[in-house]
Structure formats: structure tokens, C-alpha cells
Design a protein around this ligand. Structure first.
Ligand SMILES: Cc1cc2nc3c(=O)[nH]c(=O)nc-3n(C[C@H](O)[C@H](O)[C@H](O)COP(=O)(O)OP(=O)(O)OC[C@H]3O[C@@H](n4cnc5c(N)ncnc54)[C@H](O)[C@@H]3O)c2cc1C
Length: 268
């Protein structure tokens, strides 16, 4: 196996452009699992770990190479909360937000936050330069996305106006080191309107836009409106039954979890 270790983004883009079949490696916490199980047999790996440009956190921009360990201290409350739930300290020390985006698993815990934040994914290639893709266009299906074979994910771009009042939680089969059965992120603006995003309940992260509208119309929701909110979230998701859970449980849990997070936001 050939390994290329660029130390700049420009060199990484050059290497990727020269061999679009090569596998990109960040923390390796998804890719090496594939290798260990024999599902992936990379012939050429481009390691992104030495690229300082990818590891930067700037105002409104989170580099693809930023690890969960660093994001545990994010100023975005829900991003810090979800980062603390990813795997174990060892996984969080190696795993990156860019790798989570790159894998595009329905259960990727970073994805509901990106959806709630209305983030864009910044990608770049040597041939065409940089482009920004809205999260809703980037994630296209189960473990699939719109990244071209010569592109590298550079950053998650977080727009201005993301509410400070935000909450994340996930449900799994046990309380730690667990793949989400349902994950949810709720953000509440000062005017009372909300953003509600969910993971593990559809092929891609989803927003519950009808439930959001319900709260925009009822910014100080009564118990009856909160019940309707939970019901609406349950209706808006499209989960499947698999070895981790059933469609019915996921649907129910999506509503319960979203309501719980909204109540936490309302209590602030
Ligand atoms: C024990 C264990 C527990 C885990 N727990 C969780 C959990 O609780 N929640 C969760 O969401 N995930 C979990 N994961 C999955 C994994 O840790 C995360 O998805 C992590 O964010 C992957 O990041 P990475 O840097 O290790 O990615 P890598 O394995 O390096 O890469 C993953 C994929 O993304 C591509 N990629 C990486 N960086 C880029 C880039 N800059 N541009 C383009 N493509 C890129 C790679 O080519 C590969 O296809 C767990 C994994 C393990 C092994």
C-alpha cells in the first residue's frame, strides 16, 4: 500500500487530483474499521493528518481535520455536547468532523448539528478550486454524498445567526460508546422560532420543517402544542427497522427526544 503524507492542502489536492481512486485518511476511525473487516483494501492512501490548514477553527469555520476532542470545548453548546458522545476518548482524539462528513453515515452524530446550523460543506479540488455545498445537497443517501472523486472536504462553514440556545441528545442501545438509534439537535432563536434536525431516522440528516413552523406560530408553546410538536416530528422522519431498532421506536423516540430538547431550550 502506498501512503502519501502531504503537509499542505495544495499538496493534498494535487495528490488527490493525480489519483482520484486514492483513499483519504484523517483519523482513520471509520476507514480502518473498513480495512480491518476486509471491506476496503486501499492501494493508495492520502493521509490528511499533517495538514495544519485543515485543523483550524476560525469564526464561522471548522476545519475538516478538527478532532472531536477539540470540539468538546466548542462554543456551540450542542456541538460540544455531541462531541462528548462520540466513541471513547481514544476515538475522539483521532476522529474528525471531516471524517464524519466524509463517511456520511445516517448515524454520524455531527450531521444533525450541521443540519440545524444550516452549515455548508466547503470542498476543494486542484482542477476547479473551492466550492461550498449546502448540507442538504451534500448528503445524498446512506453513506453517500456529492463529493467528487478529486475533491477534499476542507471545512464546515457555519453561517452567522446560529442560536446560542441549542441542545443535542442521542439514544442508543447502551449509554456510552454507542451508535445512535436516534439523534436530535434543537436550536431556539431569541424570537422563539426553532430549528429541529435529526439523525439515524432517514438516509441523510433531516430537518423537521413542519414542526419548526408549528413553534414559529406558537413561540411560547402550551403542553398541547408540545404534544403536537412531538407528533409532527415523528411524522416527518422516515426511519427503517434494522438490527439496532424498529421503525416505530425510532419514529416515537424522534418526537420524544425533540420535545425534551425543546423543553430544555424553553427553560433557559
Ligand atoms: C469504536 C468507535 C466508536 C465510534 N463512535 C461514534 C459515535 O459515537 N458517533 C459517530 O458519529 N461516529 C462514531 N464512530 C465513527 C467515527 O469515529 C466518526 O465517524 C469519525 O468522525 C470519523 O472521523 P475520522 O477522521 O476518523 O475519519 P476517517 O476514518 O479518516 O475517514 C472516514 C471517511 O471520510 C473520508 N474523509 C476523511 N477526511 C476527509 C476529507 N477531509 N475530505 C474528504 N474525505 C474525507 C475518508 O476517505 C473516509 O471515507 C465511531 C468509530 C469507532 C471505531
Amino acid at each position: 500500500m502506498e501512503i502519501t503524507r502531504p503537509t499542505s492542502l495544495a499538496d493534498a489536492l494535487q495528490a488527490r487530483g493525480a489519483d482520484p481512486g486514492a483513499d483519504l485518511l484523517a483519523g482513520g476511525t471509520d476507514l480502518m474499521v473498513e480495512v480491518n473487516f476486509g471491506y476496503a483494501r486501499p492501494e493508495h492512501v492520502i493521509s490528511l493528518r499533517r495538514i495544519e490548514e485543515l485543523a483550524r477553527i476560525e469564526d464561522g469555520r471548522i476545519g475538516a481535520g478538527v478532532t472531536w476532542a477539540r470540539l468538546e470545548k466548542s462554543r456551540h453548546r450542542a456541538l460540544a455536547q455531541l462531541s462528548r458522545t462520540v466513541g471513547s476518548p481514544q476515538i475522539r482524539a483521532a476522529g474528525t468532523i471531516g471524517g464524519n462528513i466524509g463517511t456520511s453515515s445516517p448515524a454520524g452524530d455531527g450531521l444533525p448539528w450541521l443540519a440545524a446550523a444550516d452549515a455548508e460543506i466547503e470542498v476543494a479540488s486542484e482542477a476547479r478550486g473551492t466550492r461550498r455545498v449546502p448540507w442538504s445537497d451534500f448528503f445524498t443517501g446512506v453513506k453517500s454524498n456529492s463529493l467528487e472523486s478529486d475533491e477534499v472536504i476542507v471545512a464546515a462553514v457555519v453561517p452567522d445567526g446560529v442560536p446560542e440556545n441549542q441542545e443535542f441528545a442521542k439514544i442508543g442501545q447502551r449509554s456510552a460508546m454507542v451508535i445512535s438509534t436516534v439523534a436530535a439537535c434543537v436550536m431556539r432563536h431569541e424570537d422563539g422560532s426553532v430549528r429541529v434536525a435529526l439523525g439515524s431516522v432517514a438516509p441523510t440528516p433531516v430537518r423537521a420543517y413542519r414542526a419548526e413552523q408549528l413553534i414559529a406560530d406558537n413561540p411560547s408553546p402550551s403542553a398541547a402544542v408540545l404534544d403536537e410538536f412531538a407528533r409532527t416530528v415523528s411524522e416527518e422522519v422516515s426511519p427503517i427497522t434494522d438490527h439496532r431498532s424498529t421503525e416505530a421506536y425510532r419514529r416515537h423516540a424522534a418526537g420524544v427526544l425533540s420535545r425534551r430538547l425543546l423543553e430544555r431550550c424553553l427553560a433557559r
